[in-house]
Design a binder for this molecule. Sequence first.
Ligand code: NAD
Length: 486
Amino acid sequence: MDSYNDSVYEKEIKELKETFNSGKTKEESWRRNQLKNLLSLLVEKEEDIFTALKQDLGKHYVESFRDEVGPLIKSVNYALKGLKKWMSSKKADLPLAAFPATAELVPEPLGTVLIISSWNFPFGLSLEPLIGAIAAGNTVVIKPSELAPASSSVLAELIDTYLDREAIKVIQGGVSVGEQLVQQKWDKILFTGSAAVARKVMTAAAKNLTPVVLELGGKCPAIVDSLSSSWDIQMAIKRILAAKFGTCAGQACIAIDYILVEKKFSSTLVEHLKAVIQSMFGDNPKESSSIARIINKSHFTRLRNLLNEPMVEASIVHGGSLDEDNLFIEPTLLVDPPLKAGIMTEEIFGPLLPIITLEKIEDSIDFIKSRPRALAVYAFTKNEMLKKKLSSDVSSGSLVFNDAIIQYVADSLPFGGIGECGFGRYHGKFSFDAFSHEKTVVRRNYLVDFWFRYPPWNQQKMQIFKSAYRFDYLGVVLVVLGFNKS
Ligand code: NAD
């Protein structure tokens, strides 16, 4: 696949630009039809998607539906419902100094856009942005990840079958294909992946002044307060574990990366975590089909190296077994691994869960603030003061109390990062906005004019401008006084 060359891209991109220039993607009917076709793809071909995800990541079909097909069906329906309103122009107010005039904001598609996606949710991370790009009326190239080859090839085949080939294309390939694609002139690039590659993408995009949305990763902390009722504890533990080990085996950008807990509550927490891991994945998790596999050998080795660091191995309190042949890593709990070890400085992206103990739960705020801003912060607590402090003092892409990952599936919430986790946002109407330009349209006529607008300048005109801009109501008076004076 990496043998694609520039001329092939140029031909493909030229075709997409011609399609865009023909104006057909701007029509509401085209956008609606493509979204409906995408819906048919998801409904009719869910089995193909499940099979590919099983092959690439060992995901259970229930997990694949919950995390990829289901949310996408919901998002397409949401876009279909909102499309007419999203496409319509919005009236805007003008100051009296601009009287008489009317103005509106008219959304227009950007043109031809590039979506580069990651391997952990190969359908969701490619198609969720595509929904916005289609709704906004763009032509699109998707470059999925080479690390999930079965999913990439099913994605390419299904898009080619169900969607308008003149307007939407999948270009498969690895790093060199990505490198060549970002050199081209796009109207926007939405990139999902690592911060290291994002820097290269942004550098290449800068050459063409191409705007970018960067959806990156990082370490998402979860504060677990000393909950007193066993009902609350059980619910919190189940939510934590489903979000960590039950979601692509922790290979998710908004997975809980590590837990912060008060020392006095840590052994209770660990005991509960162990019991619920057993109830979710059985006595021998390696036999469980409910936990995904590690994507490839190189990520497996990366995770093994994180565990093999001095003092880290000694901090394992549960799990820790690895099976390289099956790319399986057991759900693993660690208590107080060294904070300088890779497991506490790098994004884990796998089924390893460090638990860091603190004297007081309030110390968690400084702990989080002393590290790069997170894509998501989670807090399992009923402490209103702590919630308030987290809301006001800690900056992050999202903040969720008493659950994890659910923020991803809400169309009404923008999804995106801050700082090292990236910038820009999408999902729901925010995806439409990400792929649109709101054009300012101002309308005036020739009925009324004001003499003071034009040279030659004098002190009186200066006074009038000062009054008009500082005190708008005086502008009205000026309008009356200055009416038609030449
Ligand atoms: P990656 O950066 O290695 O690759 C991402 C994509 O970029 C792939 O399609 C890859 O082929 C392509 N690519 C690689 N080098 C390129 C280059 N020089 N120019 C252009 N494209 C290039 O990341 P990954 O391993 O696929 O994903 C893991 C990272 O992604 C983690 O940090 C994770 O947190 C993050 N992530 C973020 C989100 C989010 O929505 N914020 C979602 C999933 C993953």
